[in-house]
Each structure stands twice: as structure tokens, then as C-alpha cells.
Design a protein around this ligand. Structure first.
Ligand code: SAM
Length: 285
């Protein structure tokens, strides 16, 4: 009789709040023969939280090519394997791609067990267009490389999503302004699902000032979302709406200025109010 082949499960874990671990993820980790983990200590802590035990194998960027054949052999021998990273969905800026690709190539079933992902979590609540987006992962660390990297996506009309450490946020915001212009809306989604979760929204320079005024915002984990490129006629229309709003806000509280600006320009009040806040016009309300 032919032996049944194993299954590779790609299991998402929480990015902060442990309550975001799905029941299916817990059950999968409890029943598989092996758990391939980016950091076994991290995964042991997670398993302990749920009172689970498992046979762990370290699988990370530095041992991938050595360990993948062992995991594929386990699948061939009919054993089931779960792949997890430290947080969120494996393969999304985390190890696993070569294992999944090899498993598929060799005809094994690869089953996703979905859950948290920082990029999608941020996008779902940022208030930027979500119908089209481009996920970029981490920017390069040096300024010249980062600027060239941003220039390559300057024409993208969808929302840009990138991962960044909060301590590099100031430098990256400065490059965003320099390369993509100072008028795009940026949202900083920090410490998602954790105690000090914050969403800050504004244009690059205004955000730099807010971060400098509040150094706590320069700590922790961060997703940056950047409005995609607007077409030229939209840009002109928005510039005109902002011009009217700025003039009215010099004399009136923001809500009243928005009300009048909306009547003058035909722009939606909600969008104008949000833009007024992004432009720092809300202080008098
Ligand atoms: N695989 C993960 C996922 O599905 O999102 C991402 C792993 S990547 C190595 C880690 C980066 O994701 C962090 O540097 C940060 O940019 C982002 N990130 C992870 N958790 C986050 C959180 N709770 N809040 C904000 N950003 C987070």
C-alpha cells in the first residue's frame, strides 16, 4: 500500500495581541508532527500560552537551505509540518518562501492557515484607498538606496505599504517627502493590536514634527502607508480645495471652514475635514 504524503501548513500567528491567534492555528500546531519555527524560543512561548507542546525545528534565513531538505523528507515520510514565523503570516517578510516553493514543486499539499498580517491590518484601518495597493516590505537602510527605491514606485497610483522600524521613521519620512513630494497623505500605523497602538496621519513634514514632539512615537514596530500618485487633474482640484480651506481656516474654526469650503468647491465635507487635520488646521476647534 502506498504511504500517504505529509501536508505543509503555513500558519499565521498574532502580531501583538495573543487573542488574535485563530482556533484553527492552535489546533494545527497541536496536531502536526513538526513545527518549523523562525525562532523556537518565541514559538515555545506562544505554545506555552495555549498549553500546547510540539516538536520544534529551527527554520530561519540562515539555515534554510540546510533544514529544508529535512522538512521535505519528513513530508515524504508522511509526517505533517507547520511553518510559523515570529509574528504574523510566514513568507511576508519572513522565512518560508523556498520551503513552500519546493514543497509545491514536489507535489505536496500546502495549506494556508490564515491570521494576522501587519500590512493588511494597517490597511484595513488607515483610511487610505484599499482597492489597489502595493506592498513593498522594508526600505533599504541607506538614504541613497532608499531614495532610488522610492523613485521606482513614484508613479504607482495604488496605496504604498512598507514595513519600517519606528526608530528609522524620521529618516524614511524625510525621503518620502523629498522623492514623492510633500503633499501625499501618509499614515503611520504603530504597535498594531498592542497596548499603545496608534494611527498618525498627515503629510510627511507634519508627521516629522509630530514624531519629534513625541519621541515615544519613535519606538516599536511600524507600518507606513502612503497615498498613491494622484492624476494631474485631481492634484489641481485638491490644491484648489486646500487653498480655499486654508484661507477660511485663518478666520474660522475648522468645522465652519470645512462647511464653507465644501459649499464653495463642491468637495465632500468628511474628506475636507480630514485634510484640514492633516494640514494642521484643527488647532482652533
Ligand atoms: N510576517 C509579518 C506579517 O505578517 O506582518 C511581518 C514580519 S516583518 C519581519 C516585521 C515587521 O512587520 C515590523 O518591523 C513592522 O514593520 C511590521 N509589524 C509587525 N508587527 C507589527 C505591529 N504589531 N505593528 C506595526 N507593525 C508591525
Amino acid at each position: 500500500m502506498q504511504q500517504q504524503r505529509g501536508v505543509l501548513y503555513v500558519v499565521a500567528t498574532p502580531i501583538g495581541n495573543l487573542a488574535d491567534m485563530t482556533e484553527r492555528a492552535r489546533t494545527t500546531l497541536a496536531v502536526v508532527d513538526l513545527v518549523a519555527a523562525e525562532d523556537t524560543r518565541e514559538t515555545l512561548r506562544l505554545l506555552a500560552h495555549w498549553g500546547l507542546s510540539a516538536t520544534l525545528v529551527a527554520y530561519h534565513d540562515h539555515n534554510e537551505s540546510r533544514v529544508a531538505p529535512t522538512l521535505l523528507a519528513a513530508l515524504e515520510a508522511g509526517r505533517s509540518v507547520a511553518l510559523v514565523s515570529d509574528a504574523g503570516t510566514p513568507l511576508i517578510n519572513d522565512p518560508g518562501y523556498s520551503l513552500v516553493a519546493a514543497a509545491r514543486e514536489q507535489g505536496f499539499s500546502v495549506v494556508p492557515v490564515p491570521g494576522a498580517n501587519a500590512a493588511i491590518c494597517a490597511l484595513s484601518a488607515a483610511g487610505l484607498p484599499s482597492d489597489r495597493f502595493l506592498f513593498l516590505g522594508f526600505p533599504p537602510r541607506t538614504q541613497s538606496q532608499r531614495r532610488a527605491w522610492l523613485a521606482a514606485v513614484a508613479a504607482e497610483p495604488g496605496t504604498l505599504i512598507l514595513y519600517e522600524s519606528a526608530k528609522r521613521a524620521l529618516a524614511t519620512l524625510a525621503d518620502l517627502g523629498a522623492v514623492l513630494g510633500e503633499t501625499r497623505r501618509v499614515v503611520l500605523a504603530r504597535e498594531l493590536t498592542k497596548r499603545f497602538e496608534t494611527f498618525l496621519s498627515g503629510q510627511p513634514q507634519a508627521l516629522i514634527e509630530r514624531l519629534k514632539a513625541n519621541p515615544e512615537q519613535q519606538l516599536g514596530e511600524l507600518v507606513m502607508l502612503i497615498e498613491g500618485r494622484r492624476c494631474a487633474s485631481d492634484q489641481l482640484e485638491i490644491a484648489e480645495q486646500e487653498r480655499v480651506l486654508r484661507i477660511l481656516a485663518e478666520a474660522l474654526p475648522l468645522r465652519q471652514a470645512v462647511d464653507l469650503a465644501s459649499r464653495v468647491t463642491g468637495a465632500k465635507k468628511n474628506a475636507l475635514y480630514r485634510r484640514g487635520l492633516d494640514l494642521g488646521l484643527g488647532a482652533s476647534d
